[in-house]
Design a protein around this ligand. Structure first.
Ligand SMILES: [Zn+2]
Ligand SMILES: [Zn+2]
Length: 357
């Protein structure tokens, strides 16, 4: 377990949300995924097969990983396919509600569940043109967005078949970060209402053949080391399934989480808090300007830290391992940390916001 103690008496855990097995269109069995998650040292792992609730009795602490089962729901009658929604913490298949996105969001919320729009901004590439964006933006009451969908990023980088082959062998050369359009969309949402963010590998481990070459693209053990969602839990895990499950969904629902591209460098030890005389403010929470909060960021390695106010862009930045800032204006303040690798800045950490009122 990679439990890290966080400011304010919280604990961080590393996990992977949004994964497909042979129960839907993934190529790995449930056991294969659990073993890959354990091998990658994940603390929690969420299976989200398409439009079906996989046997709930498979949930539990498996091979040292808190294993949870949820669903990625979409209206299967809709052509072209779009509006994929991750419904978390609902022990019911919500697919029958899928034809009405707002009805689906409401139904999940009524059952105490969470809703994240999966790959909401999905861009076509030159050779892979199928996309599954979110198109119904006249919605409210959803928990958040999948800010970085690891799979979807590669589509735009695959500019030709030879490039796609190089990508299959060296995906890390291409990995850059969430789409800039998605970051902009999130900032737009943050100016309207609190919106949590998660990252997901959307792991399928598809097998591609090109002439004599046959290769699994982004295998599970790779995905589970790449784009992770680190939660900041209010208590430590105690290996009691119901207790620990509650901590994961509580943190995700409260937006106490950051997205880490941990393959570049582990992101444990990252922290982003607001400090006032009275208390410590966590990601997803708000502080009043009158309390003169200081926003404090620390990273486990030297990198380019940017503090962003949704709608105004970068308000403070530093190259190093820390940044402090006293906001003078209300707004949603979030952190991006970029780290250079192979001559190019790579998105390393994307925090959830702290809201200044
Ligand atoms: Zn999807
Ligand atoms: Zn998916």
């Amino acid at each position: 377990m990679t439990q890290t103690t966080m400011p304010g008496g919280f604990f961080s855990y590393r996990g992977s949300i949004h994964n497909h097995s042979t129960y839907s269109d993934g190529t790995g069995s449930f056991d294969e995924l659990v073993q890959a998650a354990a091998g990658a040292g994940l603390d929690y792992f969420i299976l989200t097969d398409h439009n079906q609730l996989v046997d709930q009795s498979l949930q539990g602490w498996r091979s040292g990983v808190l294993t949870l089962i949820d669903i990625e729901v979409n209206d299967m009658a809709l052509v072209p396919e779009r509006n994929h929604l991750l419904t978390l913490n609902v022990d019911e298949d919500m697919t029958p509600f899928a034809s009405d996105p707002q009805g689906l969001i409401d139904a999940v919320r009524e059952r105490g569940g969470l809703t994240f729009l999966a790959h909401p901004i999905d861009l076509p590439g030159p050779i892979i043109t199928d996309i599954y964006p979110w198109t119904e933006w006249d919605i409210e009451g959803f928990t958040g967005v999948e800010l970085w969908n690891f799979m979807s990023e590669f589509r735009v980088h695959a500019t030709s078949k030879p490039v796609a082959v190089i990508m299959a062998y060296f995906p890390q050369l291409f990995t850059t970060g969430p789409y800039p359009q998605m970051l902009a969309k999130w900032d737009e949402l943050l100016q309207q209402h609190p919106t949590a963010a998660i990252g997901g590998p959307d792991a399928h481990a598809q097998i591609y053949e090109l002439g004599p070459l046959k290769r699994r693209f982004l295998p599970y053990d790779y995905c589970f080391r790449a784009v992770l969602t680190h939660i900041v839990a209010s208590e430590p895990f105690n290996r009691d399934f119901e207790h620990d499950k509650r901590l994961v969904y509580e943190a995700l629902g409260a937006a106490r989480a950051w997205i880490g591209y941990d393959m570049l460098h582990p992101t444990e030890g990252f922290s982003y808090i607001g400090e006032t005389e009275k208390r410590i403010v966590q990601m997803g929470e708000s502080a009043s300007l009158g309390d003169q909060p200081t926003l404090k960021i620390e990273t486990p390695a030297s990198a380019h830290i940017k503090l962003i106010r949704a709608g105004s862009g970068v308000v403070a930045e530093s190259k190093g391992r820390a940044l402090s800032y006293q906001p003078a204006q209300p707004g949603a303040y979030r952190v991006e940390v970029w780290k250079k690798w192979w001559f190019k800045p790579r998105g390393w950490i994307f925090s959830n916001p702290i809201y200044i009122r």
